[in-house]
Design a protein around this ligand. Structure first.
Ligand code: FO1
Length: 354
């Protein structure tokens, strides 16, 4: 790992941003020899560890610069919970809805233009309404639950949904077994959605527990993908509950530690606060520094390069003091251009051809 980190540091010193010229070459290649570029076997695989909204937006950048078929996305399922007897897998859905263009951009979850008639009727029956499930979104959960009850695994159901949404990448849940992220608070152990959505992160965080993790197995393909990856990218997701729950699945952390591919993470903390979600409350509750340095510490066992926001450039030295080469860039993904630019910086940091 020390060698990988030294190599990364050297490469970052020597190279500027090669993104524009490389993409020009790619566009030219597609124009001149369209069939050549589709030879996916030519490409090495890139694995992305993903949570919800931040990861989905990061993936929107990646798919602008690499073919979808080159990507394997391993998604957090620790946020999954049953509502009205239906299995809801928020991060899997956020990734699929976002990449297929169906997502409600304003929220970052759910389906654009969805209606809430079913929930209104459920509330009329006295059911809870703190987790907003639109009518079309509910169809996803009904379909998923039906297939699970028929005996399909979550991986198989996810693959079926991925195909339905016309996505070419591989999308793997972190595990086919239930692993549920719970937050230990003075009010007791709360499911992550209950802590975040129902109680609006108001409870003091005492600990984070991944219920079921020790008995869970990585979903088929997860360990092989990590083992064989040319690069493993940790999306700008919550390091405690999103990436943290993937790392809690037995075998995943160890394989990252031994991975031959470069491991590059993007900090979801910018200027001392997360772009979205409760990462700050969870990190401070666990006694961690809420900064890119705190994120780097979460991953220091296996990380080769850390990408932090340009606003946090003053933290580069502190990340590097942990022995992790670091680079700063704009990580705020406002539009297609900034998403693609971040993807290029991360791929460059990983030393990948694209
Ligand atoms: N987040 C909210 O803050 N409020 C909601 O009512 C809500 C509903 C919801 C429905 C489906 C879905 O896939 C996601 C939903 N989310 C909602 C987002 C979700 O709670 C989290 O953002 C993820 O679990 C973290 O990535």
């Amino acid at each position: 790992m020390a060698l990988k980190r030294s190599f990364a540091a050297l490469r970052m010193t020597l190279s500027g941003n090669r993104c524009v010229s490389k993409n020009l070459v790619r566009i030219l290649a597609v124009t001149l020899a369209p069939n050549r570029l589709i030879e996916i076997e030519d490409y090495t695989m890139i694995v992305v560890l993903a949570g919800g909204v931040g990861a989905a937006r990061f993936l929107q950048g990646l798919v602008q610069v690499v073919p979808q078929e080159r990507l394997t996305v391993i998604v957090n399922t620790g946020d999954d919970r049953d509502f009205y007897g239906l299995r809801v897998s928020p991060d899997l859905d956020i990734v699929m809805y976002t990449l297929s263009g169906a997502v409600d951009e304003e929220h970052g979850w759910g389906i654009r233009g969805d209606t809430y008639n079913t929930m209104q009727q459920l509330v009329a029956y006295g059911e809870e309404d703190w987790f907003m499930l639109g009518d079309r979104d509910l169809a996803t959960h009904i379909h998923r639950t039906k297939l699970l009850r028929e005996g399909k695994t979550l991986s198989e159901v996810t693959d079926e949904l991925r195909r339905h949404f016309g996505l070419g990448m591989r999308i793997l849940p972190m595990s086919d077994q239930p692993v549920q992220t719970h937050i230990k608070t003075p009010a007791g152990l709360l499911h992550f959605q209950e802590y975040m959505v129902k109680r609006r992160c108001a409870d003091e965080v005492q600990d984070v527990v991944f219920v079921g993790a020790s008995e869970a197995k990585p979903a088929p393909g997860v360990l092989d993908a990590l083992k064989e990856a040319e690069a493993i990218l940790l999306a700008p997701s919550n390091p405690i509950v999103s990436t943290g729950s993937i790392l809690a699945v037995p075998g995943v952390h160890d394989i990252l530690h031994e991975a031959s591919g470069m491991v590059v993470a993007v900090s979801p903390i910018v200027g001392g606060a997360p772009i979205k979600g409760p990462a700050d409350k969870l990190m401070s509750g666990l006694g961690m520094e809420v900064s890119a340095v705190g994120v780097a510490r979460c991953y220091r066992d296996f990380l080769d390069v850390m990408v932090i926001d340009e606003q946090d450039a003053h933290l580069l030295e502190r990340v590097e003091d942990l022995g992790i080469p670091a680079v700063s860039t704009n990580t705020i993904m406002r539009d297609a251009t900034s998403k693609a630019a971040l993807a290029c910086t991360v791929l460059d940091a990983a030393g990948l051809e694209y």
